[in-house]
Structures are given as structure tokens and as C-alpha cells.
Design a protein around this ligand. Sequence first.
Ligand SMILES: [Mg+2]
Length: 395
Amino acid sequence: MDRLSIAHIDCDAFYAAIEKRDNPELADKPVIIGGGRRGVVSTACYVARIRGVRSAMPMFKALQACPDAIVIRPDMEKYSRIGRQIRELMLELTPLVEPLSIDEAFLDLSGTRRLHGGLPPVEVLARFAARIERELRLSISIGLSYCKFLAKIASDMEKPRGFSVVGETEALSFLRDQDVSIIWGVGRVMRTNLARDGVERIGKLQELGEAELMRRYGVTGQRLYRLSRGQDDRSVSPDGAAKSISAETTFNTDLAGRHELAAALRRLSEKVSLRLKDKHLAGQTITLKLKTTDFKTRTRNRTLPDPTQLADRIFSAGLMMMEKELDGTYFRLIGIGASTLQSDENADPEDLVDVAAAKRARAERAIDGLRGRYGNEAVFLGLTFPWADKKNRDR
Ligand SMILES: [Mg+2]
């Protein structure tokens, strides 16, 4: 146990826990963060979870299960600020901190013994959990292992206030009974394919050879082979926080008009979305960049309640920020980016109140499906673009 040094730390019911902390009257009450324009649960506190409320659940269903729940609209600025505080404290443990979202990170504590007065990582982490509770009055769950894959799974085992350790000797037996969907990159489609082939538990993958898995599932098969056996050599990369996926364009002639700028923004949003989807990533912070004719750069950020990889959501967030900047200034460049990158497993819960947005999201997914079958270019050419008509009308 003393040699294990890769940890995954995840705050428990982060948004809800912050609201409870800041308003003690809520302590014993079922609290749901979400609502507003979007009709889904973003985070439910553990009281609400016991009553059957889950993340990404439609709000009306959540309120059927728990009619006396207190619904609070997310205050993303506050949550980001506290997320940064926690990250600062993590960085006191090791410089190797790789954030996955505002309340979650991998830490590599190897080689930090001297820094911690001879304490092994397992003890350093236990003290860290106590410190977060004492100083920030929030609780975390920790998974400790020898690789990222198992650390991440472990942190989820005993939530809230969990601390799970998975060593090399128990990796195979630990994984055997787990559902294949816990494997990174196994989404709904892959899970269905695996189920069709009679593979539901990881143990089944452990029985199959690498060549067989690759024959069946291509490159993914190789990952399934390795991860099912607890083999994961991805390192904890501390620049994760700064990592973003973005696209920008410099205009031939400077632009000030809403429609032209929005058209460019839409194209760039699609580019960013495509790259996120290809990498199974989603971003929770959207950044708009504008450069004026006299080379001044304006950068605006917006943190979303849920990570996204959809062009429609990236564009909407960018457009909202862009509209505030339209004051007749001419711009020579526009760019849009997604950061606070994480795996796409929790991305884009269905929007039930904003029916039009949900429809656009479904259309986008249908287009993605076609693109997968017929190639990117073919489908992009057919994509209708609402601003194009208006732009032409203006002229
Ligand atoms: Mg969390």
C-alpha cells in the first residue's frame, strides 16, 4: 500500500455541498442544483439521492420522487472559485495535479515522501481529506492505486467521504465483476455492441485475447484488453488545466456585424465540437476571443453547468458573450475554445425545458451518426445554417 501513488480526488455532490455549507438551514433538506432554463438535475445532495434523485435526471421526475426538494440555480462562478481553492491545496501535495473538471483531479504523489516528512501517499491523502473538511467544510472521496484507470474507479466506490485503495495484486479480481461501462471510452454504443457479443462484465474481457478483441473492435479492442487487466500507463499530466481545444479565424476584411461574426463563430464552434467528439472529450468552460482592428484582444469566459461537446451549445455560449461585445467595433479575428476538458461521459444531459435546444442537440447527434458512416465533408455540405439566410437578406 505504501508504494501506491496515483490518486483520483472527487468532491462529493460538489455544487449541492457548497450551497448547504453556505446556508446551514439547508443541511438536512433535500437540495437539487439545476433548473432554470434547463430542466435537468445538475447535482443532487445525498438526502435527495436517497429519495431517488440522480444527476442528469429531468427536473419534473426529480420533483416527483422528491416533491419537497429545494431547487437552486447553479452559481457557476462561485463553484469555479472554490474549485480553484481546492486545486491550490492539491498543489501543496504535489506539482503533478491534473484537473478533470472543476471538482475532480488526478494526483501523482510518487517521489513526494521527503516533502511530506516521510509519510506515504496513503497517509498524506487521508490528512488532505481531513484538511478539506476542516478548512473548506466540504467532503471529498479518494481513490488510490498504481494507475489512473483504477484510481478513478476506486474514488467512486465508497462515496461520500470514501477512501478506496486498489493494489496491483487485487486489480484483476477487483475489475472482474465491474460493468464494462466503467471503462473509459465505452459509451452507450460500445456497450450495446459488447452486450450483443455477450460481454457485460469486465471479467468476460479478461478471458479474451488481445488479437481477438482487436479483430472485433479495432483500436478500442486493444484498450479494452489492457484496461480490463488493469494496465494503464497514462501519466498524470499537470498541464491538464491549461489544455483546451480551440479554433480561430482572421478575416480578410474586418467585421463589425452580428450576422457575419455569428456565421464565423458557428463554423468555428463546429470545428471545436468535432475535435472534442473525436477525442471523447467535453469542455465545461467556453472562451470567446476577439481581436479588434487595433490588435487589442478581448477574452471572455463562461462556465457551463455541465460539460459539453455539442457545436450548438458551444455556439450558444459564444454568441451570448459575443453579443455583449458588439458596439460598432471592427474585429479582425474571432476564436472560440473549450477548456476544463474531461471525458465525455457526463456531457450534455438532455435539455427538457428548452425544447428547441434539445431538438437541435438530437439533430446534431443524427448528423454525427451520418458523418461517421459517410465521412465529414459530405454531411457538412448539407448542414443548414440559420444565419446564412439572414445574412443574404441583409444585403
Ligand atoms: Mg464530484
